[in-house]
Design a protein around this ligand. Structure first.
Ligand SMILES: [Cu+2]
Length: 272
């Protein structure tokens, strides 16, 4: 996580915001992310976002976000999984950077920045993170603070789920999951955080859970897009996060009943 935050200071990128109503491409300034270190946070901090006063807002609209990737994707090397005969049965490559055929970036979190106010219901259905063939599936997911996360182990080998929060890599929980372990259920009450999942048995295993304090978030998949739906009409800061390339942000204005299209680009050479 420290590496990710340090990258914020050096990221100097060009964002292109494409507004479908105007059809204009406007070069924007590089994303402004404070170089100051974020304040240390307690692992679980109840901010009670649901209690915040609702802001007046018009009819909702939608934001369709495309996360583009410019340049040559780094080669994802084969993982050395020989240490565990169960894992070694399945060949896997690193998945740190997955670029789709349409030059979009997979596994990027897309979200409205912290501070979206309103009464938002916490989803009743659980988010699910599985350990399959000694990989986290999905590798990246987003969920809401207060929502249940079910953590499963579908493998017939021992994993341990070691989670970290924030720059200081503070452990949130660390739980062994042997074969046939009971599903672990966790909730996170601290919104706008990325929780990193690692396994101390298998050092290549990595997963990332973004915890939002509102429902306007998602993760890019094989088409590199996320649509944030039913967003109250007004101006927002939209942020993306990727495990290697870090944060980017831009401004977006949601108009009632319309879908605004936004493109955010990462460059292959921007990572340290
Ligand atoms: Cu493991």
């Amino acid at each position: 996580m420290q590496r990710l935050f340090s990258m914020l200071a050096i990221s100097c990128l060009t964002l292109f915001v494409l507004n479908c109503s105007g059809g204009e491409k406007t070069a924007k300034k590089p994303p402004v992310k404070s170089a100051a270190k974020p304040e240390a946070k307690a692992p679980i901090k109840a901010e009670a976002p649901a209690e915040a006063p609702a802001e007046p807002a018009g009819e909702p609209g939608n934001i369709k976000v495309t996360v583009n990737f410019e340049g040559t994707a780094p080669k994802m090397e084969a993982l050395n999984r020989k240490q565990d005969p169960f894992c070694a049965k399945t060949a896997m490559n690193s998945e740190t950077v997955l670029v789709n055929d349409n030059n979009t970036l997979r596994n990027a979190v897309v979200k409205l920045s912290k501070g979206v106010r309103g009464k938002f219901e916490t989803p009743k259905e659980a988010a699910v993170l599985d350990q399959q063939a000694c990989m986290y599936r999905p590798r990246v997911l987003s969920m809401m603070a207060g929502q249940t996360l079910q953590i499963k182990n579908s493998d017939t080998t021992l994993h341990n789920v070691h989670t970290y929060q924030g720059e200081a890599k503070k452990t949130v929980f660390n739980t062994a999951m042997p074969p046939n372990a009971k599903t672990l259920e966790k909730t996170f009450s601290d919104g706008d955080e990325v929780i990193t999942f690692r396994c101390d048995v298998h050092p290549w295993m990595a997963g990332f859970v973004y915890v939002a304090d509102h429902p306007f978030h998602g993760v890019t998949s094989t088409d590199g897009t996320v649509t944030l739906s039913n967003v109250p009409a007004k101006k927002y800061t939209l942020e993306t996060w990727h495990e290697k390339y870090g944060f980017q942000k831009t401004e977006v204005v949601v108009e009632a009943g319309k879908t605004v299209e936004v493109s955010i680009g990462y460059k292959a050479d921007q990572a340290s």
